[in-house]
Structure formats: structure tokens, C-alpha cells
Design a protein around this ligand. Sequence first.
Ligand SMILES: [Zn+2]
Length: 423
Amino acid sequence: MKDKSEKGDSPQAEAYPENVETLVIPGSHKRNKTGIIVAIFCVLVSALAALSVWFWWNNYRKFSVQVNNIAVQVTGKQSLSDVLTEHQDFNKKPGKLLSLSGKTLESKGGAPISVRQNGTSISAEQLGSTYLHEHDSLIVQNGKDVSEKHKVHEKDIPFSTSITTGGAIQFVEQQGKTGKQEYWVGDRSGEQVDKTVTVQPTELKINSLSPKPPADKKVIALTFDDGPSNFTAPILDILKSKGAKATFFDIGKQSAEMPQMERQILADGNQVASHSNSHPDLTTLGRDSLRTELETGFNAINTASNTKSRMLRAPYGAFNKQCWTDAADMVSSNIIWTTDTLDWKKPGEQEIKDQVLKHAYSGAIVLMHDGGGDRTEDVNVLPSIIDSLHAQGYELVTVDDLIKMDGRFPKWVANNEVAPQAN
Ligand SMILES: [Zn+2]
């Protein structure tokens, strides 16, 4: 067997004869090179053309999109920002910056115009890097108005006061309570605008009733104002000797000077209540002065006789809505009268007596004085008044007694205490 290699040392010589070079036509090698160059050139030109078309197609070809449902021609090179600029934002405007009360602070200070591309919201920052495609739908709308930044605060809401007058005894039916309300202050405008009420205020309710004793009772309350004075002792003696009780509305300053008289009034079974400290018209005082006047008056009779009573007879009976608003937490009741004897005018003993008897009825509250001037007429006529009333079947009681026998008054009024705080 002959080895393959034995067939010849040079198989190439067999495939390609030595004279093959002589068969090549001169110049054909050069033409091949040219063909290749031409081919490459053609490919490059084609590629460049394709690239150019691609570039044009993507950047400069105009195509149609819908802006607010109207066809608009754009190119792919234009960002949304460019399109908006070219079309003046399609007549849409940014929102305004408004103050808390709605005044315009900046006409273009609100939210930028709103842009949605195929339903997706595009933020102002994205507009410069967002591009359109054929058949895209764009919705461009006015920017929303924006309210300025603000700080939140809380303030008090004063309670309101209702007052029902007409009765001889005014009292606190329900204490008032201050409410709370949130309010905003605009950072730019400084405007203050009321907001949510967080705590509703409670109304202060002042009621009044004239005592209505039970049908089987025949009672009258004699009251003496402006003491204690040197006329108090003889009046106390008369009351004691006649088995009558009375109520003394005393001036604090004078109580401080005659504490033993205060104690005697109580020791005899009478009642002591306050007639203020220095007898001003309380309706002319500001809140602080009013409260000081009342507190000093109550403290004076308390110091003199240990009376904790918060019953008041305001000088001249004058205790208006503002007084109650300012001091309802200090006073349990303000006692007016049903019969004014006008004894301070010194009308004569008979006239004083006639006034009492003419207006005598069960539940009456009679105004007399044991101070504030010469009370000789009162001292002289008092025995006769008491005798006449007794003769008509009346019992002379204190104001406390009148209130306690009338179930309509709240218990704090009957106890001479200030009304409890509102819940
Ligand atoms: Zn008086």
C-alpha cells in the first residue's frame, strides 16, 4: 500500500500548474480592487442616505398630533417645551398665587399650565425632555390657582350671654365657656382667616324669676340696703322684738368697720348679702374693676361675719348683661325688689308704710335702707309696718327663705354659691 504522501511531494503542483501565473490576464487584479471600492462606496452612500432619511424622519418630518382635539403639525425634534413655546402655550395660562382671602398676589405665581400626553401628566420639569410621536394626544389646560403658604394658630371664641329679665331674682342658669377656633395667617399677605371651630363656646344663660311661695305660705321679705350703720342696731332690735326676719345688703367697706354688727345681724337669724364694696354703679366699671369691687365686697362681709354667700344686690339694682358676662363666675344671684319704698327720699313715715302695704303680696321683696343717710323715718315706722303685715297674716322671712321655698331655682342659687362651670 502506498502512503498518500507517496503520490507526490507537491500536490499543489498538481492542482496549480507552475505556469498558472502566466494565465492571469494583466490588469484584472486592479479591476477587482476598484469593484470592491465601488461596492463599499455604494454601501456607504446607501447607508448614509438611509441614515439621512432616518435622521430626517425622526427629526424634521412633520407629523400630526392632537392638541386639545385639534390637529397640530410638529416634528420629532421638538420637545413639548418647544411646541408649547411655538404655540404660545395654546393660550393657556399658569394659575395665580392667591392670598388666603382670594386676592391675587402674583398673576402667574400659581401652578404651571397642565400638560397631559396620552393621559399621562407631564411635570414642568419633564417638558424639555419629552417628545411627541405621531397620533399622540395632548391636553393642555390652565394651571390651577394656588393659595399662599400659611401658619396655623388658635384663638379663643368668647361665649355669648343671653339674659331674661323681668324677675326680681336674677341668677346664673348656665355658666358660659370660652370656645376655641383655628385661624390661618398668610405668609405673604399677613391676612388672618378664621377656620375650624375646635371647641364650641357655651352660652352664659342668665335667668330671672320672681319668688312664688307655696299657696299655703304668706311670706314677705323686707330688705335693708347701704348698712351697716348706726341705724342697723335699732332695726335689729325691732325685728327681734316682733319675731321678724330681714335681709341686709351691706357695703363691704362699712362691714369692715362694723364687724360686730354683721355678726349680730346673723346671730338674730337674719341674712347678710353683698351690696358691693363701695357702692359704685357697677355697669360703669370695666371687667377688672368690676371683679375687684365685687370680690372685695364679698370678702369684707366674709371676714366680718364668716358669710360665704355670693348673693348680691347691685347698687341701684344695676347689673346688666356685660356685668354678668364679666362676673358670672363670682355671683350666684342679683336680688332686685318688687316694692320700692323710696325711703331714701325721706317721704314721711306714713308714705313709707303705705308703699309697703299697697304692694304687699306673698313673695314680695321690699326695698328699705338701714344706711346711706338719716334712717330715722325707717326706724320709727318699721314696728307699724311689721304689725300691719302680721295682722294680714304675713310672715317676714329672708330672701334665702323665699328662694328655698320655691323649687324653681337651681340648687346653687338656693345655696348662695356660684353656678358650676360649664362642661
Ligand atoms: Zn344702695
